[in-house]
Design a protein around this ligand. Structure first.
Ligand code: ATP
Length: 356
C-alpha cells in the first residue's frame, strides 16, 4: 500500500523541528522500503500571507487525501487581529476533523535528567469541547462580551464526547498498567465536572472492570504529579486541564520539548508536539525536536494498527530507537543541558537509522 503523510511546517520553531522530523522519517521509510510520499500543506503565517487564512481551504481539502499528518506548532497569539479573533489552527484542525482524543504521553529517558525519578504516564485530553471557546460550539464562539466591562466564557461537557474519550482511555489503560485517574473540578464546576466523572466511572464499571479508577481535583492533582508522578498511568481529563497537565508532565519528566502527542478520531491521526511555537528561540537551530519526532512515531504506530501494516510499525521503531539512543549518548539540545543543534540532532539519528 502507498501512504501519504502530510507536512505542515507552521510558525516559530515549527519549520526547524518539522524538517528535522522529515529527515528521520525519510531515512526510516527508505530503510523499510515502504512507499510513503510527503505532500506539504500551508499553515500559519505562510498561509496567511498567501491565502489570508492560517488554515486555508486548500489545506483542509488536501488533508482529506492523506493517511496522517505532522502538524507543527503555530504562533497564533501573534497573528493579525482579524485572524486572532478566529479559531487558532490547532482548534480548527481538531474541530474540522473532529479529532476528539489528544493522547499526550510523558516518560523519563536514560540520559535525560528528570525532576521526578522514573515515570511513564499518558495524559488523555478531551479535544472537542470543555472551556475552549473556539471549539466548544457548533457555530460561533463560546465566549462573548455583553458590555465592554464584562466577558463571559462557556464550559461544555457532553455525555457523548466523554463516552468516546472514556473508551480511548480504558483501551490505553488495558494495554498498560490498568490504572485510570480522572481529573476534574467537580466540587465547584459541579454539573460538567460530575457528568464527566460519573460517565467515565459508569463505563469503567460496566465494560472495563479490570481497570482500577481513581479521581482527583485538578489543583490536588498538580501537587500529586510533582510529588509522585510515577504512581500514575493514564490520566483522563477535560480540554483545558489536559492542556495544563500535559505541559506539567512533560516538564517534570525532562523538558516540554520532549512531549509528543497525537490527535485522533476513528480514522485519522494528526501528530503534534505538546509544546507551542517557542518564538523566543525560533530560527536559532536550538529547539528540541524530540516532541514532534516522537509524535510522528506515535502516528506510525497508530497507522500500523489501523492498516495492519508491519512496515509502518518498523518505521516507528527505527525512529524511536534512533531518538532514544542519541539522547542516551548525551547528544541533546540546550533545553536538556546539551549543545546539539536541532539539525545536528536529526543528522545523528539519521546515521543511526541508516546503520540499523
Ligand atoms: P502554546 O500555548 O502554543 O502551547 P506556550 O505559550 O505554552 O505555547 P511554548 O511555545 O510551548 O509556550 O513555550 C514555552 C517555553 O518552553 C518557552 O520558553 C520555549 O522556549 C520552551 N520550549 C517550548 N518548546 C520547546 C522546544 N521544542 N525546545 C526547547 N524549548 C522549548
Amino acid at each position: 500500500m502507498k501512504y501519504r503523510i502530510g507536512l505542515l511546517y507552521g510558525d516559530g520553531i515549527g519549520p526547524e523541528i518539522t524538517k528535522a522530523t522529515e529527515v528521520i522519517m525519510k531515512a526510516a521509510v527508505a530503510k523499510t522500503g515502504a512507499e510513503v510520499e510527503f505532500p506539504v500543506f500551508p499553515m500559519g503565517w505562510e498561509a496567511i500571507r498567501e491565502y489570508g487564512d492560517p488554515v486555508p481551504e486548500v489545506t483542509k481539502e488536501g488533508l482529506k487525501t492523506v493517511h496522517g499528518w505532522v502538524f507543527a506548532p503555530h504562533d497564533s497569539a501573534a497573528y493579525p487581529k482579524e485572524q486572532f479573533a478566529k479559531t487558532n489552527p490547532s482548534g480548527t484542525m481538531r474541530h474540522y476533523f473532529d479529532l476528539f482524543a489528544n493522547i499526550r504521553p510523558a516518560r523519563t529517558y536514560p540520559g535525560v535528567k528528570s525532576r521526578v525519578g522514573e515515570a511513564d504516564v499518558i495524559v488523555l485530553r478531551e479535544n472537542s469541547e470543555g472551556s475552549l471557546p473556539d471549539r466548544n460550539m457548533y457555530k460561533g464562539l463560546g465566549e462573548f462580551m455583553p458590555t465592554p466591562d464584562m466577558a463571559i466564557s462557556l464550559n461544555v461537557c457532553t455525555r457523548k464526547a466523554t463516552e468516546r474519550l472514556a473508551h480511548e482511555a480504558f483501551k490505553l489503560a488495558m494495554k498498560r498498567r490498568k490504572k485510570l485517574t480522572i481529573v476534574h473540578k467537580a466540587n465547584v464546576i459541579k454539573m460538567p465536572g460530575d457528568l464527566f466523572r460519573s460517565t467515565i466511572k459508569e463505563i469503567g464499571a460496566r465494560e472495563y472492570p479490570e481497570v482500577q479508577i481513581d479521581d482527583y481535583h485538578i489543583d490536588a492533582m498538580s501537587a500529586h504529579m510533582v510529588r509522585r508522578l510515577k504512581d500514575f498511568d493514564v490520566i483522563i481529563t477535560t480540554n483545558l486541564f489536559g492542556d495544563i497537565l500535559s505541559d506539567l508532565a512533560g516538564e517534570l519528566t525532562g523538558s516540554l520539548g520532549l512531549g509528543p502527542a497525537i490527535n485522533t478520531n476513528d480514522h485519522q491521526c494528526m501528530a503534534q508536539a505538546a509544546h507551542g511555537s517557542a518564538p523566543d528561540i525560533a530560527g536559532k537551530n536550538i529547539a528540541n525536536p524530540v516532541g514532534i519526532m516522537l509524535s510522528a512515531v506515535m502516528m506510525y504506530d497508530w497507522l500500523a494498527d489501523r492498516y495492519q501494516d508491519e512496515k509502518l510499525g518498523r518505521i516507528a521503531r527505527l525512529m524511536e530507537d534512533g531518538i532514544i539512543k542519541t539522547m542516551e549518548e548525551g547528544f541533546v539540545t540546550p533545553d536538556l543541558g546539551g549543545t546539539a543543534s536541532t539539525s545536528g540532532f536529526a543528522e545523528e539519528i539519521r546515521k543511526k537509522i541508516e546503520m540499523a
